[in-house]
Ligand binder design. Structure first.
Ligand SMILES: [Zn+2]
Length: 551
């Protein structure tokens, strides 16, 4: 049992509201969700918020193409995200949007605080402009010939063939992907955030123990050496976002308002739940713990800009930012052309989402390595670990308890030492879960499951039960099976919430918390009917996944 109840706020990087969630999103969401559920099971007060990142040029353009407003587009997509989250048992307490009144108010007040403190400057810049669409063009909407290697059809910000990084103004034969027109240059006054003013603060913050993984700190050192730059936080109309105070044609860049969206989602939740206080989580020197889970592609925004934006506006800074690697499928980058791009919805329509949660947990660690789903290995892990080892313990024991002992457990533990050894093993498992070493934790839990199966195999209850003289002994063995299964279920519950819910019905017990692993069910406890908790995956279900979204 937790000696002190910690107040924790967990976030996951807001998915962009221009399309449905895919397995890349689910990887990080599942990691954050397992961790948040683990903390809740420890008795901590852990709030988990997320939301849709709803602003920016790509959303504006997509809405225009579909003939709907960006508001309508992002709300439809947000609804789809919420269905996927529910399908994968991602227990977010709130899934808000960056296009919300809470976010608007927070963005404005944070901007004004920085402006007052002298952290914002304005300067004139030259940018590519589409003379037909009458808008400034983001780098990604310009294509042309690479100035270095002459590869055709490269983006405005860099060449995918030779890796050169350049300005879209350097491209040869540039054209706007919106109209096909040759971009012109136009001058505009932009707002910049003086990141350089926070250099000392950030150097200290990124090196303080606990804020970042060591690999991330090293990466940031490279950026510090290269020198921090002022950050352009404004975009010209037309843009889908929030207008900058006192402006009519200039908007906040969506990367300024996206992380503020964590605060907005929390604010929206607190406003509906008076027992929670927004200020408690976000005020300077807050004692609440703040954890952000992100992918490795957005480290710059979260580890440099975000702490500076918060600290400079008088808010607390994050406790820890956890960065994860990218998802690969059968060793390949997720790609539509290779047929390895899988939507969350497609997956859950074919395979029980709980199995992805389990499989990813067997692959997840605290390092920032890429995570691979190999479908052959996936199938094998589900069959051998979940069905063969874990659930089998309950099914083989429940059968005799119901057939021979009226569904009641024995009056006492016949092997108290074995129960104690599984209880003691909960300590290292919980340390590993807390340290995000899920893969190691599962290895421990499956070794315990092996131990339990060996116990049952050696006791042979199916032989003992046939001897009328040895009924009590058989009852003891099968009851031990149920008690030990329950301990394993406690350890797996953050990973398998749906299986846990069904196991709680079977065990006829209250929702399991971590401390329940230390105490057996009382003697004579009645269990309910056993229904299969996990089943083998038919071969064709896995093969169906491979083609679907690649089209
Ligand atoms: Zn090139």
């Amino acid at each position: 049992m937790a000696s002190t109840v910690r107040k924790m706020l967990v976030t996951y990087a807001l998915p962009y509201a221009n399309g449905p969630l895919h397995l890349g999103h689910m990887t990080g969401l599942i990691q954050a969700d397992i961790w948040a559920r683990f903390q809740k099971m420890q008795g901590h007060d852990c709030l988990f918020v997320c939301g849709a990142d709803s602003h920016g040029t790509p959303i504006m353009i997509q809405a225009e193409k579909s003939g709907v407003t960006p508001e309508a587009l992002t709300e439809t997509i947000r609804t789809g995200h919420k269905e996927d989250l529910a399908g994968f048992q991602i227990g977010v307490d709130n899934y808000h949007t960056t296009h919300s009144p809470e976010n608007k108010a927070l963005c404005e007040s944070i901007f004004l605080a920085h402006q007052k403190a002298g952290n914002i400057l304005q300067k004139s810049i030259h940018q590519a402009y589409d003379p037909e669409k009458n808008m400034f063009l983001p780098d990604r909407l310009i294509r042309g010939i690479c100035p270095r290697c002459s590869a055709e059809d490269q983006y405005g910000d860099g060449c995918e063939v030779c890796g050169a990084i350049y300005s879209p103004l350097d491209l040869k034969n540039p054209r706007s992907t919106l109209s096909g027109a040759t971009p012109t240059q136009k001058e505009s006054v932009h707002y910049f955030f003086k990141l350089t003013a926070f250099a000392e603060f950030l150097k200290k913050w990124t090196h303080e123990k606990g804020h970042l993984q060591a690999e991330v700190t090293h990466k940031l050192d490279e950026w510090f050496e290269a020198g921090l730059k002022e950050w352009d936080i404004s975009r010209d109309a037309p843009y889908f976002g929030f207008l900058i105070p006192r402006e009519t044609q200039k908007y906040f860049y969506c990367w300024l308002d996206a992380p503020i969206g964590y605060m907005a989602s929390c604010k929206n939740f607190c406003d509906q739940h008076p027992e929670y206080s927004f200020d408690f989580y976000w005020k300077k020197d807050s004692t609440a713990e703040l954890y952000h889970f992100i992918g490795k592609d957005i480290i710059y925004f979260h580890a440099l800009f975000w702490p500076a934006v918060l600290a400079g506006a008088g808010y607390r800074t994050p406790t820890t930012i956890f960065t994860h690697g990218f998802l690969t499928i059968n060793g390949q980058k997720m790609s539509k052309s290779r047929g390895t791009f899988i939507l969350a919805k497609t997956f859950r329509e074919h395979i029980r989402p709980e199995y992805l949660r389990y499989y990813l947990a067997t692959r997840l660690a605290s390092r920032i390595e890429d995570i691979d789903i190999n479908f052959g290995d996936f199938e094998q892990r589900i069959h051998s670990d979940l069905v063969g080892k874990f659930v089998n313990i309950a099914s083989r024991s429940a059968k005799f308890i119901h057939a021979n002992f009226g569904g009641k457990l024995a009056d006492s533990l016949s092997e108290p030492e074995l129960f104690k050894s599984l209880a003691t093993a909960g300590q290292p498992v919980s340390q590993k879960m807390d340290a995000l070493e899920f893969s190691d934790a599962i290895r421990d839990i499956m070794a315990l499951a092996d131990q339990v199966n060996q116990y049952i195999d050696s006791q042979k209850p199916w032989v003992v039960i046939r001897d009328p003289e040895r009924q009590q002994e058989a009852h003891g063995i099968c009851s031990m099976g149920i008690q030990l299964f329950r301990q394993l279920m406690v350890y797996l519950k953050p990973i398998l919430p749906d299986i846990a819910k069904n196991a709680e019905i079977f065990l006829n017990c209250e929702p399991l918390c971590w401390a329940d692993s230390q105490k057996p069910l009382p003697g004579g406890h009645s269990i309910s009917e056993f229904k299969p908790l996990a089943e083998r995956i038919p071969k064709e279900q896995i093969s169906m996944l491979k083609v679907k979204d690649g089209e």
